[in-house]
Design a protein around this ligand. Structure first.
Ligand code: ADP
Ligand code: MG
Length: 316
């Protein structure tokens, strides 16, 4: 493991009586990267995050930021980290402006600085027009953005987001991710947790997959996809419903054939085969059988498929 990492977890464990919510987890986050922390509900994501931000102190192992143990520099943590908790905790009768002022003062910002920062963040979040609205009247998406804004107010170097997309509609998810990309460009380091891999797939530089308190896989999205042998699938749709193609199961490269509809077959290839060669062989068989092929598609397993395979499908 690289000891020069910006954030480093070293054999961190946390138990509740005899139950280990985290079991010797180790991982690194480099400065300026977006780290996607993925795992099904109950995997231990929030526990990890609370340890990082200093809310859980009773654990074993070490967490370092910039080479310094966080347990010896707790005060510094609050300046360094902006934290978006999984559960909301706002006094909803306040206006957005009032909430920012309160947080800003608590973070020790001067009033000039606070005003500039508030404007900057409201613009970034597209929230300027609701500045004087009561929080209770905000939509779910705006509310999430307000919470993100609050975490950013004191200009932290690290942003920790615990399931920030949960409950958001697709359009809001898209907007939220756009904001995260902008933040990344400004150099901030981001830890972003979710139980849905596709939430982080297109924004994370590295992804750590957690299951039952253990890190079971870690790497770039490409590395994760390549490291797991989820076989390729060929989808064949034939024009003539009666002419589903036979003799394919006998090919050595084919794992099994699934008849999905009367005119649609999925051919599951073994994970280690030369896909191009298999496609040639299969097309030859189909031609020999005079199959009328309407379409022939190679379905690559998505990262989500890899993840579901790893955690056994328990993501909801
Ligand atoms: P995640 O955020 O990935 O959904 P959590 O970190 O919240 O997971 O929880 C991990 C495990 O630890 C779960 O099984 C949860 O029930 C358990 N857990 C969390 N907090 C406590 C607690 N205060 N007491 C006992 N068990 C807990
Ligand atoms: Mg959680």
């Amino acid at each position: 493991m690289n000891n020069n990492s910006y954030i480093a977890f070293r054999e961190v464990s946390k138990n509740y009586k005899e139950f280990f919510a985290l079991d010797k987890i180790s991982f690194n986050i480099q400065r300026g990267e977006v780290f996607g922390y993925i795992g099904p509900n109950g995997a231990g994501k929030t526990t990890t995050i609370k340890i990082l931000v200093g809310l859980i102190r009773d654990y074993s192992g070490d967490v370092f930021i910039n080479g310094k143990s966080t347990s010896e520099n707790r005060k510094q943590l609050y300046n360094l980290i902006g934290y978006h908790p999984q559960e909301a905790g706002f006094q909803e009768w306040r206006t957005v402006d009032h909430a920012f002022k309160t947080f800003g003062r608590l973070s020790g910002l001067s009033s000039d600085h606070l005003e500039n920062r508030t404007q900057e963040i409201l613009e970034l979040m597209n929230l300027s027009e609701v500045r004087y609205k009561r929080i209770v009247h905000l939509s779910g998406g705006m509310f999430q953005k307000l919470r993100l804004g609050q975490a950013l107010l004191h200009e932290p170097e690290i942003l920790v987001l615990d399931e920030p997309l949960s409950g958001l509609d697709p359009n809001m998810r898209f907007q939220f991710k756009k904001i995260i990309r902008k933040l990344k460009q400004s150099g901030i380091t981001i830890l972003f947790s979710s139980h849905i891999l596709s939430d982080v797939q297109d924004i994370a530089d590295n992804i750590g997959i957690l299951n039952k308190g253990r890190i079971i896989s870690i790497g770039t999205p490409e590395e994760l996809q390549n490291s797991f042998e989820v076989g390729n699938i060929l989808e064949i749709i034939v024009a003539d419903e009666t002419a589903l193609c036979k003799d394919l199961e006998n090919l050595t490269d084919v794992d099994f054939v699934e008849n999905v509809k009367s005119n649609k077959q999925l051919i599951h290839l073994k994970s280690n085969v030369d896909v191009d060669l298999s496609i040639n062989q299969i097309i030859k068989i189909l031609m020999d059988q005079n199959c009328k092929i309407r379409s022939f598609t190679l379905l690559k397993p998505s990262l989500e498929d890899v993840y579901l395979k790893l955690v056994g499908g328990e993501t909801i």
